[in-house]
Design a protein around this ligand. Sequence first.
Ligand code: GTP
Ligand code: MG
Ligand code: ZN
Length: 218
Amino acid sequence: MDIPIIENVLKLNDEVASINRKTLKDAGVYTVDLIGSPGSGKTSLLEATFKAIGDKVRIGVLVGDLTTARDATRIAKWCPDVVQINTGKGCHLDANQVRQGLDRLKLDELDILIIENVGNLICPVGFDLGQDAKVGLFSIAEGDDKAAKHPYIVQEAQILLLNKMDLLPHVTFDLELFKEDVARINPKVSLQQVSATQGLIAPWCDWLLSHIAQDCTV
Ligand SMILES: Nc1nc2c(ncn2[C@@H]2O[C@H](COP(=O)(O)OP(=O)(O)OP(=O)(O)O)[C@@H](O)[C@H]2O)c(=O)[nH]1
Ligand SMILES: [Mg+2]
Ligand SMILES: [Zn+2]
């Protein structure tokens, strides 16, 4: 008896992601999929990014959230090029949702697109959105075991950020253990310490700017 086997459930997503990638490449937009737990500081990082380099480079934002537009409302204070994608009960963004978001942006006017994924360290890692890089954001407040417990984002990310460093004196967090876990899981990934609400995000801004062509900056 022939039993149907579905081998690649993500095939359709991957096809749409390829279309997104081509659209973004043709428009000359460098695209980041920002992945972190709920409350790790993704939107705060975006706010700080606009404050730090918003006058040097044109950044658009797609932000995924289950039901609210709160993050987009925060971002809109800094930039008009923001689209909120409500995922309902969905716990990650997929390529088709991003496709619809791209249709609402003037990509030719952007240098960088940052996609704030739904707060979740698990399935956003598995969904290609058409991004150039996945970025993992952890925070001091979540506990020092989170890299070890969520190895896939550590493996997939091109850069990892450890946020809320200003809280280090106040919480139990073994920084050396966290660093060791990251280095064991992905010896090549760069891990940078930041504090979004303090505006201490220079390594992230430098990394972002290094990926866009000089002649793209305004
Ligand atoms: N002390 C401190 N607090 C921070 C920092 N970054 C963010 N926060 C706080 O953490 C909380 C969550 O920040 P958000 O930026 O909304 O986090 P998020 O990851 O976008 O959250 P979701 O979109 O809900 O997943 C807010 O109260 C921020 O003020 C930081 O560097 N230091
Ligand atoms: Mg947010
Ligand atoms: Zn999910």
